[in-house]
Structure formats: C-alpha cells, structure tokens
Unconditional design. Structure first.
Length: 448
C-alpha cells in the first residue's frame, strides 16, 4: 500500500517524465496575442502594436521593461504571425562574428525577397561595435530587428541604432494579471491541471504581490509551492501558509544596479534630501542597500550632494560626507549602513544652497560657448626677459602688500570683465559669505 507521500512522488514522477517537465513558466508561455497576459496598452484591441502585428507591418523595435513581463514571449508571438524568417540569439552568448554571419545570411535572404526577423534578447549587453554591426542592415531593410532589454535604451543602445527603432515600453504586470495567470497555471493541462491541489485564493494573491509584477517569479513560486506541498489522505496536495512563507522568505524588490531603477532610486534619495525630508531619504537609501547597491556608490553621491545642494551654507557637510565614505570603505556592509544614515540625515537637515552648483554650470557654459580668451597680461608670469619686454606681469598688484589685502586689478579676460558666476544666498553660513562678497564688490567699484 502506498503512503500519501509515495503516491505524490509517483504522480510527480509521471508528470516529470512527460515533455511537460520544463519549468512551469516555459510550459505556460502564450502562443498567440489572445493568450498573452498584460500590456493591454500595446496589444489590446485596436492598439498600435497589435495592429502592426496583425497586418504584418512590423518594423525594427525595442521592447523595454522589467524582468518577467513578457518581452521574449511577445517577440515569439510576432515571429509566429509575421511572414519572415525568424532568427533568435542572445547578446550573452553571441559575439561580433555571430552577428556578422547572421547579417550576411539576412542580406542574401533580402536579395531573394525574404525578410529576416532577428530577435535579440538582452540587446543592452552588446557593446558598441556589435550594435554598429546591425546598423547598415537595419537601414537597408535586410532585417527587422526586435530587441529586448531591461535597461533604459537611452543609456545602453547606440543613438544611431535607437533612432531607427520604435521603442515599446512594457509595464510590470498588475496583481490581477498575475493572479489570473496563477489560476491558469493551476487549471491548464500544460500546468498543474492534472493534479488535485488545494490552495486558497488569498494564497494566490499573496504570491502575486510577492512577485512584484514579474510573471516568471510568480509562476516559479507557485511551482515551488506545489512541488513541496503535502498530500493528504485523499491524495490532494495541500499548500498552506507555512509552506508559502518558506517559498517567499524575502520580498522580491525590483532593483537593477545598472539600469533605470538604479537612477530612479538615487534620484529619489537626492531629491528627498534636497527637500529636507530625512525619512524619505532614508527609505530610498535603504531600498538601494537592500537591493545590493554598493555603499561606496551611495557615499559618493552624498559627497556630490554636500557641495551641489548644501555648499557654503554649511561647509561642514562636505568633510562629513567624505568621512562617511571613508567609514564605508573601512567597514563595508552591513555595519556601514548607520554611517550612511548619519550622512543622509545630516544633509537632509542642513541649510540648502545651490549657489556653488549654479556658479559651476554658468562658468562651464561660458567656457564651452565663448571664445577662449587670453589670460590678462597683468596676471601672467614673466620668467624670461622676452616675456617682461612683452609686458607679461606688468601692473600686477600683490594683494598682501596692500592695507585692505585687496586690489582693483581685473583678473578676468577683458571680454568678461565684471562677469559674476557665484551668487551666494542668505542660507546658513553662506549669508556671511554674501555680506563679505558684497563688501568686496562695493570696494572694488571704480567710483568708490
């Protein structure tokens, strides 16, 4: 007589022996637009991408979105419905040699009137040379390029190639979409439809929330729960809260240290500190740390903030931020999190001035846009007789020799005489700098 566990093992073994032994997410991969879950803003009835696919007018495009939202699946659906030869390869395993071979074959196909649809997964992993290899063939129409990426194309894809591709943004799946997908996985013969399962609707919703918009994570979690479920005396596999808690021991927070979410979170940290909101600053900072961000990267951004947004209003902000960087370098995670907290709170509560940043940007603009003016002769060195004969250094006034420790000597080029870049504010300690600079400028006025 078989025990419940033995019966379950036999049932799962029979299941695994079939071709359906692939992971649940693979077995349930949709094969048509009607089966596809999510992205209704792109492939809903009457939407632009659906019309392009159904009328076989697909041009080169980039699918940009987080993991597990169906980028590869959508590309495969396009391949089935388009009248073109489909070629698929991954940027992870393909080099420039493979790219050129595919391009040459595509060019031969074009001469015979055959289109080639080239799907490139993780296209952001291709370097510039590899991406450049696509360009002439995309321009000539030898290939229809469909690339999938989790990275912001603006950062990772050559502008020349990007300009020739339509970018479609795929969104993280909603909780309702994921819950419906899980129900389908339980009922479908491709999934667990041949097993007797007991799992509550609230448990499915918990998995959907845990997956955080990622269909692959949701289905993998369900599969783990089913394969580890306990079979009762009636032969029903039961999935309870304790088992689910083990399968979801840590919420999957979306964070890519090199991609758009990386920039979104550091932006949120910076702007929260600028807005003097220490609580929000700490939340975004610890989201980054929890996602595996390098604490030294955060520390470097805090150093930047200390001058860009605090500046002369509190000149102690910069040495404190540098000290926190050193502390993070000495200790590393997890101990250095309190030092980063120290700096984030200090910078959030410090008086704010962006006068240094504005001075920096205004000066850089003049350097970029205006002619490169010569250094005024009065502040040039004159180490040789010839240079002295040419009046180098003539009229120079050594400020320390004057009673006021100042002179009215012009140090900017003649074309920029009187130009001001630094405009101190009244915030914090900078108000004293403002007063001091005001006195200096008043004294230097020719009529004073």
């Amino acid at each position: 007589m078989q025990t419940g566990d033995e019966s379950m093992m036999e049932q799962l073994s029979l299941f695994d022996d079939r071709p359906q032994s692939a992971p649940l997410a693979s077995r349930l991969r949709p094969e048509s637009l009607d089966e596809y879950v999510g992205q209704s803003h792109l492939i809903g009835e009457g939407k632009i991408l659906r019309r392009l696919i159904e009328t076989d007018q697909v041009s080169s495009m980039i699918f940009w979105g987080p993991p597990g939202v169906g980028k590869t699946t959508l590309a495969r659906i396009i391949a089935r419905q388009t009248r073109a030869e489909f070629v698929e390869f991954s940027a992870v395993t393909s080099g420039i040699k493979e790219v050129k071979e595919v391009m040459n074959q595509a060019e031969q196909n074009r001469k015979m009137g055959i289109r080639t649809l080239l799907f490139t997964d993780e296209i952001h992993r291709f370097n510039k040379a590899q991406q450049d290899a696509f360009l002439p063939f995309v321009e000539k129409g030898s290939i229809v390029l469909v690339g999938a990426t989790t990275e912001n194309p603006s950062f990772e894809i050559n502008s020349a190639l990007l300009s020739r591709c339509k970018v479609f943004i795929l969104k993280a799946l909603e909780e309702e979409d994921l819950t419906a997908l899980l129900r389908h996985g339980l009922k479908s013969p491709k999934g667990f439809g041949n097993l007797d399962l007991l799992i509550e609707e609230t448990h499915l919703r918990a998995i959907a929330r845990f997956a955080n918009g990622d269909a692959r994570t949701a289905l993998n979690t369900l599969e783990m729960a089913v394969l580890n479920g306990k079979m009762n005396e009636r032969g029903v596999i039961c999935i309870d809260e304790e088992l689910l808690a083990q399968c979801m021991n840590r919420r999957s927070l979306l964070y890519d240290k090199n991609g758009e979410e990386h920039y979104n979170l550091i932006s949120a940290l910076h702007k929260s500190m600028r807005n003097s909101d220490p609580d929000a600053a700490l939340y975004w900072m610890h989201r980054m740390l929890h996602g595996g961000e390098d604490p030294l990267y955060i520390a470097r951004r805090l150093i930047r903030f200390a001058s860009e947004d605090v500046g002369m209003a509190d000149s102690q902000a910069l040495p404190l931020a540098v000290s926190v960087y050193q502390a993070c370098h000495f200790l590393g995670m997890p101990e250095c999190d309190v030092h980063l907290t120290h700096a984030a709170v200090y910078l959030s509560m410090a008086p704010k001035s962006n006068a240094l940043y504005r001075a920096c940007e205004a000066c850089k603009e003049d350097v970029r846009e205006l002619p490169a003016e010569p250094v005024p002769l009065q502040i040039c060195n004159a180490p040789t007789k010839l240079m002295k004969d040419l009046h180098y250094g003539e009229g120079y006034i050594y400020a320390h020799d004057t009673e006021e420790k100042l002179s009215r000597m012009e140090c900017l080029p003649k074309a920029l005489a009187g130009r001001r870049y630094y405009h101190p504010t009244d915030e914090g300690q900078e108000r004293y700098v403002r007063e001091k600079l005001g006195e200096i400028l008043e004294w230097k006025r020719p009529d004073s």
